[in-house]
Design a protein around this ligand. Structure first.
Ligand SMILES: [Mn+2]
Length: 199
């Protein structure tokens, strides 16, 4: 499925497809934007099928419910919610349209790239491991200022593209999505990505 959202501050596109032969996707996402802010997340539940979906969809529900919390608190709430579940990796991004800042934190294999039209890329290494309900070492939060035209992408490990930075630099979210089609139908894993561009 492809889902898009646009307002005067951001254009975004979400793509998700389950592993080949699976009805249920073990990845989950959340995306929400208002006149002043955006929050989005991708979570990859451990394993596949129902139990993976249970973990990752719980994370999306927590983020929806507590979306006004800061990212550190959200991560801690998500971690607590993984007690007695399989666990999940997760990345969360918040953007403030007034201050033009973007905040990001991640645990595990959800990757993030930020591109600025001034030709800078940022792709911090996420904290290792996954959210399991056990106490977790400090989850690092990164804050960046963004400009008009800045683009970002978060994606689960089901997506493997050789020249992703090139695509992000040269194309709109819609075009990138079309160009990624050849990589998203291989079906080795659940796959989710979110691409956003600030207006
Ligand atoms: Mn995966």
């Amino acid at each position: 499925m492809i889902w898009t959202e646009a307002n005067q501050h951001i254009r975004a596109l979400v793509y998700q497809i389950p592993k080949e032969g699976k009805r249920i996707c073990g990845d989950s996402f959340y995306f929400h934007t208002t006149d002043t802010s955006m929050i989005c997340s991708v979570a990859d539940g451990l394993g596949s099928g129902d139990l993976a979906h249970e973990s990752s969809s719980t994370i999306s529900q927590i983020i929806e419910k507590y979306r006004d919390d800061d990212i550190q608190n959200l991560m801690e709430r998500c971690n607590q919610a993984m007690k007695h579940k399989r666990g999940a990796t997760v990345a969360i991004i918040k953007a403030d349209f007034k201050t033009k800042t973007l905040t990001y934190s991640s645990v595990g294999n959800i990757r993030f790239i930020l591109y600025h039209p001034s030709d800078q890329f940022f792709s911090p290494i996420p904290a290792k491991g996954y959210l399991s309900g056990k106490p977790h070492t400090t989850k690092k939060t990164f804050t960046y200022s963004y400009q008009q035209g800045s683009k970002f992408m978060i994606y689960s490990d089901g997506l493997s593209v050789p020249a992703l930075r090139h695509e992000l630099k040269h194309h709109s979210p819609e075009t990138i999505s079309q160009k990624l089609e050849m990589y998203t139908t291989q079906g080795n894993d659940d796959l989710t990505y979110i691409i956003g561009q600030f207006c």
